[in-house]
Design a protein around this ligand. Structure first.
Ligand SMILES: N=C(N)NCCCC[C@H](N)C(=O)O
Ligand SMILES: O=C(O)CCC(=O)C(=O)O
Ligand SMILES: [Fe+2]
Length: 330
């Protein structure tokens, strides 16, 4: 991120969603206003809240309630869908199993990914091969999450159209070879209450998720109401809170968009610290490029930044696999 932002902007994306496939989308004044806000937010913070997104707030809340219900179960139940290399890194990971920068994260989670069928992407795809491990309790878990994933995929694609315009490209710049068949990731996460995880001893040191950037294009975070835990790092290294705003998503840019934009936008470091006496749930949806996409700076971004590549290109699936295979102590 390029600035010392002190707060995270809120963007009403409804004009963009209304006109997302109009042929003259770039000429529409309502859309243009959203595009300007996206551009400013992506340049200054790499984070923004989205409202007017059209995803029913009841669905957003149901998703969090189902998540809370799942994690309330005894560990033996949760371990029935345990994550391992054999499951394609899909399933449940207990507290401390995910590591960030060498330290265990004080969180438990279920990871779900777009399905990778046998042989789909050669050797690289083999690591992620498998189908998702859905719990049998709560009974609505699979159906609700799948509906939610569809909604988030649709919304993300439309926001990415706005971001493509913001970078000076055409609306469909990030589709086709880049993201026409987007790989998605869903992380269903629970962060223990501060007092339980460390016995009242210095709760401020309890890191639910260490500082990291996200891997793909765009993340949609559906966080618990009433608990302030997500923090975003600004240019001078201060941690700026992203407090919950009911009915909104917290959105942020991933590593692949940093490369595509040649650094005009960056993936911002963020972390989670749950200092509250309550258990916190969060469901993060990650919209990512095609698994086999070779990501390079877009021509339109190269032109704007003096013509030199600021980053090495990356194959998205390779980037994901390098993370997934080093994220866990299993
Ligand atoms: N798919 C995403 N972005 N997951 C975010 C988790 C980041 C933490 C992970 N241990 C890491 O070190 O990357
Ligand atoms: O829990 C949160 O608010 C965000 C989690 C996150 O940053 C992630 O899983 O990548
Ligand atoms: Fe993240």
């Amino acid at each position: 991120m390029a600035t010392d932002f002190k707060s995270i902007p809120i963007i009403d994306v409804s004009p963009l969603l209304e006109k997302w496939d109009h042929p003259n989308i770039a000429q529409d004044e309502g859309v243009a206003q959203v595009v300007r806000q996206l551009d400013q937010a992506c340049r200054e913070a790499g984070f923004f809240y989205v409202k007017g997104h059209g995803i029913n707030v009841y669905l957003m809340n149901e998703i969090k309630n189902i998540t809370r219900e799942f994690f309330r179960q005894p560990i033996a139940e949760k371990n029935k869908i345990k994550l391992s290399a054999e499951t394609g890194y899909r399933g449940y990971q207990k507290i401390g199993e995910n590591i960030t920068k060498g330290k265990p994260d004080i969180q438990e989670a279920i990871d779900c990914y777009r399905e990778v069928k046998h042989g789909m992407y050669g050797d690289l795809g083999a690591v992620m091969q498998g189908s998702n491990k859905w719990p049998s309790y709560p009974p609505s878990f699979k159906q609700a999450m799948e509906e939610y994933i569809d909604r988030c995929t649709d919304l993300s694609r439309k926001i990415m159209r706005g971001i493509a315009l913001a970078l000076g490209g055409s609306a469909d710049e990030m589709e086709g070879e880049i993201g026409g068949d987007p790989f998605w990731v869903l992380r269903v996460i629970g962060y223990p209450a501060a007092s339980i995880s460390n016995g009242h001893d210095k709760p401020e040191n309890d890191v639910g998720c260490g500082a990291h950037t996200d891997y793909g294009l765009l993340t949609l975070v559906n966080q618990d109401d009433d608990i302030v835990a997500l923090q975003v790092r600004n240019k001078s290294g201060e941690w700026i809170s992203a407090p919950p705003i009911p009915g909104t998503f917290v959105c942020n840019i991933g590593d692949m968009l940093k490369i595509l934009s040649n650094g005009i936008y960056e993936s911002t470091l963020h972390r989670v610290i749950n200092n509250s006496p309550n258990y916190r749930v969060c469901v993060a949806y990650f919209y990512e490029p095609n698994f086999d996409a070779a990501i390079e700076p877009l021509d339109v971004c190269l032109k704007k930044t003096g013509g030199t590549k600021n980053f090495e290109g990356a194959v998205y699936g390779k980037h994901l696999v390098s993370k997934v295979t080093t994220n866990f102590i299993l």
